[in-house]
Design a protein around this ligand. Structure first.
Ligand code: PMP
Length: 286
């Protein structure tokens, strides 16, 4: 089936979808994005993703490309036109097209708005979750505003490539104090030997993941003891369990960090249970 993309007001064949060479996203990474899971053809946690988009835009003093109601229509239409049942919807907003100049373009420059959607092989994802995945650690060399979901992802690209070259699925960033911040496109978690679920607070050094927010709710509802605090690489390596969260992966058990086996080297019960419960708590859009 041929794919379709939404680009600045039009649905166009994916293979011919393009933006101008002086788009500020292309030239300066001057843009933000969101990735939303699609399940059974429906957007998961759309409300929270759009709230975070509004926040990202505001932090960068960028305009909304359109109001939220038509944006929701475009998202649904793109998912439908691509016949995505299980997959992801991607949306990106940039500060628009203008003659190259670092400072903001003239007032009235229209933001660029692109939406794509694609299927994900759910069976493969489930197999990965049943087997668990490996992560490696890399120094966190990003700017301080990682709370903004910007398309400026070069450190994340380099980190993920390093992981791939070492046969791992994800790279966990580590700050100058040896504390894990987050993954290149996921949040990082551990379960300590006395059953405490630990993830770094969202105030500093990480993106406040939507999946993270929902998983915190699920953990609380399950009566698990949760602590939002930093954890070191050493603590993670001796933890009972480790896992990561992201809209595209839900809860993905981690069974090795830098080659050190976590727990007994298999996905742990806490991560498995949180994964199993996720879609009972997440908001599924109509
Ligand atoms: N951290 C980073 C750096 C990410 O790119 C992502 C994925 N967008 C996440 C965390 C997880 O966020 P979410 O659960 O909203 O997908």
């Amino acid at each position: 089936m041929s794919r379709v993309a939404y680009v600045n007001g039009r649905y166009v064949p994916h293979s011919r979808a393009c933006v101008h060479i002086e788009d500020r996203g292309y030239q300066f990474s001057d843009g933000v994005y969101e990735v939303c899971e699609v399940r059974g053809g429906h957007l998961v946690d759309e409300r929270r993703h759009l709230e975070r988009l509004v926040r990202s835009l505001k932090e960068l003093r960028m305009d909304m490309p359109m109001a939220l109601a038509p944006m929701r229509v475009v998202l649904r239409e793109t998912v439908a036109r691509n016949r995505v049942s299980d997959g992801i919807a991607y949306l990106q907003v940039t500060r628009g097209v203008a003659r190259r100049d670092h400072a903001f373009p003239p007032p009235g420059t229209r933001p660029s708005f692109v939406v794509t959607a694609r299927s994900i092989d759910r069976a493969r994802q489930e197999t990965a979750a049943e087997d668990g995945v490996a992560v490696v650690t890399v120094p966190d060399n990003r700017w301080e505003r990682v709370d903004i979901k910007t398309v400026s992802l070069l450190p994340n690209v380099m980190a993920r490539q390093a992981a791939r070259e070492q046969g791992a699925r994800e790279a966990w960033f580590v700050d100058s104090k040896g504390m894990v911040t987050e993954g290149s496109s996921s949040n990082a978690w551990i379960v300590t030997n006395d059953g405490l679920v630990v993830t770094r607070p969202a105030e500093r050094g990480i993106l406040k993941g939507i999946t993270r927010t929902v998983v915190l709710e699920i953990a609380a509802a399950q009566g698990l003891r949760v602590e939002e605090r930093g954890f070191s690489v050493d603590e993670a390596k001796t933890a009972k369990e480790a896992f990561m969260t992201a809209a595209s992966q839900i809860v993905m058990p981690v069974i090795a960090i830098d080659g050190s086996r976590i727990g007994n080297g298999a996905p742990g019960p806490v991560a498995r249970e949180l994964r199993a419960r996720f879609h009972k708590i997440a908001e599924i859009a109509s």
